[in-house]
Design a protein around this ligand. Sequence first.
Ligand SMILES: CC(C)(COP(=O)(O)OP(=O)(O)OC[C@H]1O[C@@H](n2cnc3c(N)ncnc32)[C@H](O)[C@@H]1OP(=O)(O)O)[C@@H](O)C(=O)NCCC(=O)NCCS
Length: 163
Amino acid sequence: MTAAQDLQLDSLYFGKAEGRDFLGIATLDRHAWRDGHFPERIPDGEHVWRMWVAGAYVFVARDGAQVVGAIVAFPTRQATLFVHKVMVDKRYRGRGIGTRLFDLLLEDVDANVRAACFLTVDPGNNAAVKRYARIGFTEREFVAGYYRDDEDRYVLTRPAAGR
Ligand SMILES: CC(C)(COP(=O)(O)OP(=O)(O)OC[C@H]1O[C@@H](n2cnc3c(N)ncnc32)[C@H](O)[C@@H]1OP(=O)(O)O)[C@@H](O)C(=O)NCCC(=O)NCCS
């Protein structure tokens, strides 16, 4: 693993997740949310990461063998794609890895399925809402109690390319 202060993005692997990545992604998922709200509710299990790596849209950043970032989206029955989560190892944040992962996902979607993508975000997270608007998530719907009574969300949608 590279010392964080010496990190060059070019030294990382960015690309589609491979079968062997699912355990590394699940490990990252267990650590990535610890400083946020509801850290115990968010990580997904290894069984579902195994399925997503095999059948959904999963891209990773790897430093050597270690997964240091991941993004996952999966198709819905409405022929849209739900961007479920993006996460970067705490030691690697603020260097463009999250941005690169979004770019990879959206380029792949635009080139291959041309589907609208949506995600949800905490309405109080202005930085994230602005960030997502800049990469095309321009349609916004407020849903009160999206997950629980105390968890409202914006549903942000990026229209399909060329439609
Ligand atoms: C959000 C996250 C993935 C960004 O990864 P990163 O590699 O640090 O991102 P980048 O270096 O490309 O920075 C992108 C910028 O967008 C911001 N950003 C992007 N998505 C964001 C989000 N969901 N919430 C807050 N800020 C976000 C970053 O803070 C940064 O802002 P800055 O340039 O003004 O400093 C990372 O901080 C993380 O894993 N956080 C914990 C998990 C999480 O909250 N995921 C997002 C919700 S699914």
